[in-house]
Design a protein around this ligand. Structure first.
Ligand code: GLU
Length: 295
């Protein structure tokens, strides 16, 4: 029998602001999942979408993770430093006609699904264009550790999604697949809001002959109106004065039932307990959790 591969997990925040309670929740889940299997936990900064990056966020994210005891392995990887790698792979894909140029403006496309206007057109390199991947009608099946068996039928050409935007920014769907593979990530733990992106990412993995990691989409933390906590909905940066209180709350919301006597325990003690006792099963089929359930 083959030995099980060592687990490599990761957290990949976008530097669009400091970490808020919701993003820390995801970070903690992926940390516990990797560490409970004696795995590595990597940190990657998804900073390709430069117009959305906020100055100072990277430092603030790193500081917050460190204060909460979420220490990553190795050096931090920055997507913005990997442009040449993405471009090289895109060139290869273009040579194999796996992607095509699309000059459509956003105004021409009334909905998110793409009617394939440019699929069979020749668009010169000098025309401002995005790059889209050609999809086919295959069925993507995958098992999510919490959300169960998923199946998604691609519908060509409507799902020919963008891999490089017209403003030259590499699209998230593409970068994440390349980076997870290059970093050897084999367990992706992230928020439920990204579950819909997973079939696209698996499609790209299949196209490029890359392995598909294990996926676990944890619930997202929502406010009283049911909206995901995010900078857009006014979520505040996590308060760093009493990380142990927040960590305890996060563990409660991860349904880990931390013992009450650990309520005021230092961060390290709490995390050590959580790594040993990590059990994601109570989160099965849960897609959102209200922040207000915490006392
Ligand atoms: N950078 C993405 C975000 O902050 C997460 C990417 C991922 O986990 O796949 O929402």
């Amino acid at each position: 029998m083959q030995d099980k591969q060592p687990v490599i997990g990761r957290f990949a925040p976008s530097p669009t602001g400091p970490l808020h309670f919701g993003s820390l929740y995801t970070a903690l889940a992926s940390f516990l999942d990797a560490r409970s299997q004696q795995g590595q936990w990597l940190l990657r900064i998804d900073d390709l979408d430069t117009p959305r990056n906020i100055k100072g966020s990277i430092e603030s994210i790193l500081t917050t993770l460190a204060i909460f005891g979420l220490h990553w392995d190795g050096s931090v990887v920055y997507q913005s430093r990997q442009q040449a790698i993405y471009d090289e792979i895109l060139d290869d894909m273009q040579a194999l006609q796996l992607i095509y140029r699309c000059a459509c403006s956003r105004r021409m496309l009334v909905s998110d699904s793409y009617p394939g206007y440019c699929k069979n057109r020749v668009i010169s390199i000098d025309t401002p264009h995005a790059l889209r991947v050609k999809t086919d009608q295959r069925v993507i099946n995958f098992h999510d550790e919490l959300q169960g068996d998923m199946t998604h039928q691609l519908t060509d050409p409507y799902e020919d999604f963008i891999v490089k935007r017209k403003d030259q920014v590499i699209a998230y769907q593409f970068a994440v697949v390349i980076d997870d593979d290059r970093q050897g990530v084999n367990q992706v733990v992230r928020g439920f809001d990204l579950l819909d992106s997973t079939p696209k990412q698996i499609y790209l993995q299949q196209l490029l002959g890359l392995p598909t990691p294990l996926y676990m989409h944890v619930p997202i933390i929502v406010d009283q109106q049911g909206y995901k906590l995010s900078k857009q909905t006014g979520a505040n940066a996590v308060d760093l004065t009493h990380p142990e209180f927040i960590l305890f709350e996060l563990l409660v919301l991860l349904k880990q039932q931390p013992p009450l006597e650990l309520q005021h325990a230092p961060v390290k003690e709490l995390l050590d307990w959580a790594v040993v006792h990590w059990n994601p099963a109570p989160l099965k089929k849960v897609c959102k959790i209200f922040a207000s359930t915490v006392d």
